[in-house]
Design a protein around this ligand. Structure first.
Ligand code: UFG
Length: 344
């Protein structure tokens, strides 16, 4: 019999690609998403690409509404849960910390209470590299000290702690927190991809919008870092690799008899500078992408790289896409849908 999974935030960027991967691997998926930062069209697109309409269920609701969420648990028997839903904009979290703490904590706690009540103990949590304390030594290893630098990051860090406490309290729980580095890329169809609200904060969606003519130029935030070309280095990982990382995490959980709690990095293990990404994108697009060098962006660190040996040893996770493929896939999506999901 098919395993049934609850995926919160399944209409978001990483969530939707993960749902697609799970459907292709013959899971039944129930998405719960309030569509506050995504679109109903994502659900229709997943159905179209996967051709698995019968295995996909969707509920538009806010996880903070306990009674409504309980109805979903009453209607479906879940084998596991992947929890993506949450606010995720760093700058917004600095301006409005209460909104972040209220949303990300209350929704997670409701979800965990219902999982306990309905005896669903298999859980994969969408965490972030942002939980790590900034240290000069790279790469970040899972045992590194934590110390998120903004309210958004602290919601991830504190939820990891809540999950650790939960796993100590009851050894039925099997919990994996996946700490992602910098996701990019899109589904090969070109119909599913990242659709940021307003002007993008992140590098690759910004470059893609310059390339398609929606923005005039890229601002390169600082060329005076202690790196080979002076720009910051990040560990970019294809969103499809992240999706497959979630599936591997679930499979690992299903294969274990005993309770477990693990935090695991998901990245590519390779670092690229802002200029590396810009040039790779130019190569894919076939034209120069205008840019201006500006001051550093407050809060940026020179390097962020993942040690991915734990993901390999425990989950058998091996990233499959290189930077060119990530830029090609991002560009296919951007070119086909210059206005994201809001166009049609
Ligand atoms: N950058 C630019 N110009 C831009 C946007 C970004 O030069 O317009 C540079 C940044 O200075 C940085 C690099 O591109 O050096 C990557 O920046 P992103 O904003 O794409 O990614 P971050 O590494 O800052 O952010 C990521 C995730 C966040 C997470 C954060 C901390 O996207 O969700 O890592 O781990 F909080």
């Amino acid at each position: 019999m098919k395993k049934s999974l609850l995926v919160t935030g399944g209409a978001g960027y990483i969530g939707s690609h993960t749902v697609l991967d799970l459907l292709e691997q013959n899971y039944e998926v129930v998405i719960v998403d309030d569509l506050s930062n995504s679109s109903k069209k994502v659900i229709d697109t997943i159905k179209k690409i996967s051709q698995k309409e019968d295995s996909l269920f969707f509920y538009q609701l806010d996880l903070k509404e306990y009674a409504k969420l309980e109805k979903v648990f009453e209607e479906h028997h879940f084998d596991g849960v992947i929890h993506f839903a949450g606010y995720k904009a760093v700058g917004e979290s600095v301006m409005n910390p209460l909104m972040y703490y209220e949303n990300n904590f209350f929704s997670t706690i409701n979800l965990l209470k219902l999982m306990k009540k309905y005896k669903v103990f298999n859980f994969v949590f969408s965490s972030s590299a942002t939980v790590y304390k900034n240290v000069p030594e790279m790469p970040f290893h899972e045992e590194n000290p934590l110390g998120a630098a903004n309210p958004y990051g602290r919601t991830k860090q504190f939820i990891e702690q809540i999950l650790k406490d939960l796993s100590y309290s009851d050894d039925h729980w099997k919990i994996i927190c996946l700490r992602y580095f910098n996701p990019l890329g899109a589904d090969k169809s070109g119909d599913l991809g990242e659709d940021p609200n307003g002007v993008p904060n992140n590098l690759v969606p910004y470059i893609a919008q310059v390339a398609v003519g929606k923005l005039s130029h890229l601002n390169v935030f600082g060329t005076d870092y202690d790196t080979p070309d002076g720009t910051c280095i990040r560990d970019y990982v294809h969103v499809n690799d992240l999706a497959y990382g979630h599936r591997k995490a679930l499979e690992f959980i299903f294969s274990q008899d005993k309770g477990l709690y693990e935090a695991i990095n998901l990245g590519s293990g390779r670092g690229y500078s802002v200029f590396d990404i810009l040039h790779s994108f130019e190569e894919v697009v076939g034209k120069a992408i205008p840019y201006k060098v500006t001051d550093r962006r407050p809060g940026d660190i020179a390097r962020s790289l993942a040690d991915i040996s734990k993901a390999d040893q425990l989950l058998g996770f091996k990233p499959r896409s290189d930077i060119k493929e990530m830029c090609q896939d991002t560009w296919r999506w951007q070119k086909k849908h210059p206005n994201g999901f809001s166009e049609e």
